[in-house]
Design a protein around this ligand. Structure first.
Ligand code: ADP
Ligand code: ZN
Length: 212
């Protein structure tokens, strides 16, 4: 199975991606996680990406496409893309890459959450510095303060989870990623899921869609 998970920042893509990739035994590729790890390593890609990420801007298509193409091609399993594609250009380049390999995307799932909820989720969000696990410091904090439940890594707040960067990320989602949704929707590949419910219930809805 080859799927794409779309949705605004804070819609729960990370959480749902973990559920989906575990359940269907497919690889989870998160461009946000990949880029954050490059930033931590201080690689050339990380150094170039950092200034865009901090303010919530997209990194340039050319850089992003180059960084992800080989990872996709090297996979021997099905996959779930989380955070990619985010521009029409990225979506078209992905289709070309996959159609040439005879491995088209099966389904695109698009998460929907209202703006107020997104902002409140992001302002109380924290992540594990090592494994990327998501926490909500108000509703689902880690059992031991500051430590990840699954790997013991340090829990940090993302540098782009502040008011200014959040507002920029939401605006960019509207401007740059809405055309991606229209692109897949016009090809009848897009399925919309309301994601303001409990994560487990959202996953149940997604599972039914994917099993169809
Ligand atoms: P969000 O919580 O905003 O959905 P992600 O963790 O998916 O964030 O991505 C964090 C940042 O990484 C983005 O704000 C952007 O700077 C960069 N990034 C991730 N994916 C892409 C992409 N497909 N194209 C360009 N930039 C990206
Ligand atoms: Zn962890």
């Amino acid at each position: 199975m080859r799927i794409i998970l779309l949705g605004p920042p804070g819609s729960g893509k990370g959480t749902q991606s973990s559920f989906i990739s575990e359940y269907y035994k497919i690889s989870h590729l998160s461009t946000g996680d990949i880029l954050r790890s490059e930033v931590n390593k201080g690689s050339d890609l990380g150094i170039s990406a950092k200034k865009y990420m901090e303010v919530g801007d997209l990194i340039p298509d050319e850089l992003m496409i180059k960084a992800i193409n080989n990872k996709i091609l090297n996979l021997s399993t099905g996959f779930l893309l989380d955070g990619f594609p985010r521009t029409l250009n990225q979506a078209q380049s992905l289709d070309t890459l996959l159609i040439n390999k005879n491995k088209p995307i099966d389904k695109v799932v698009c998460l929907k959450v209202n703006k107020d909820e997104i902002i409140s989720r992001l302002l109380s969000r924290a992540i594990c510095n090592s494994c990327g696990n998501n926490y909500n410091l108000l509703s689902s904090p880690p059992k031991q303060k500051g430590k990840c439940d699954s790997c013991g890594g340090d829990i940090i707040t993302r540098s782009d989870d502040n008011k200014e960067a959040i507002s920029n990320r939401l605006q960019i989602y509207e401007e740059m990623t809405s055309p991606v949704i229209n692109y897949y929707d016009s090809g009848k590949r897009c399925f919309f899921v309301t994601a303001s419910d409990e994560p487990q219930n959202v996953f149940e809805t997604i599972r039914k869609l994917l099993d169809k």
